[in-house]
Design a protein around this ligand. Structure first.
Ligand code: LAC
Length: 219
């Protein structure tokens, strides 16, 4: 019986691709490519740093990934530009159906488990006016290892303090779906843009195209 929902943040609750607008203002014609390369490199760095045992927090990883991206694309930048782009991660818009879905889930415990730092997540959730909808906002920074390492999901399980089978983990990121399923959670994949499933030997229990469809699954 699901009584707790644990959400991934970036790409699941918050539109991480919206940073392309700030990137476009600073680098006309390059907004989309910068945003896409930056997101992919940011994720790659989290996975590589976990594998190397060289954890640094997501704020620093995001900064390093942005610098790599601008260097790779041959773009000049200043520290002020870097800071402006990083700040855009603090004001990401939530997807249109997020608040209405969270309202319909008030009978359940609602948590976030994200690679973002506690400061980044608290600021982003507050800026989106969603702070009243979450019982806990968990950053992997507490366990110094990134998803999909099982220790990150174990952290959420401990914090939820309910049996694993009572939890539904929700993410839009295929690699996060594989990791959370491999850990043993019930998993719902929010596939907003009809991506193919990752070939990682794990399949989600549910596939939805937006968060509203979770209501039928849970109720
Ligand atoms: C998160 C990113 C990685 O953890 O999706 O929120």
């Amino acid at each position: 019986m699901i009584n707790t929902v644990v959400f991934d943040a970036y790409g699941t609750l918050f539109d991480v691709n919206s940073v392309s607008r700030v990137c476009e203002k600073l680098y006309p014609g390059n907004g989309k490519i910068i945003s896409r390369v930056w997101r992919q490199k940011q994720l790659e760095y989290t996975w590589l740093r976990s594998l190397m045992g060289r954890y640094i927090d997501f704020e620093q990883v995001n900064r390093d990934a942005l610098r790599f991206t601008l260097n790779q694309l041959g773009k000049n930048y200043t520290n002020a530009i870097i800071d402006t782009l990083l700040d855009s991660y603090l004001t990401l818009p939530s997807y249109p159906e997020v608040e209405s879905t969270l309202k319909l889930l008030t009978s359940l415990r609602r948590m976030i488990l994200s690679d973002g730092t506690e400061k980044m997540l608290q600021t982003m959730v507050r800026n989106a006016k969603l702070e009243l909808y979450f019982d806990q906002i968990l950053s992997v920074d507490r366990v110094q290892v990134y998803k999909p390492d099982p220790r990150a999901y174990e952290f959420a399980l401990t914090a939820a303090n309910v049996p694993k089978e009572d939890i539904l983990f929700v993410s839009s990121n295929g690699w996060d779906i594989a990791g959370s399923k491999s850990f043993g959670f019930n998993v719902a994949w929010v596939n907003r843009v009809e991506k193919p499933m990752e070939e990682l030997g794990e399949r989600p229990d549910f596939i939805v195209s937006n968060l509203t469809e979770l209501i039928q699954i849970i109720n």
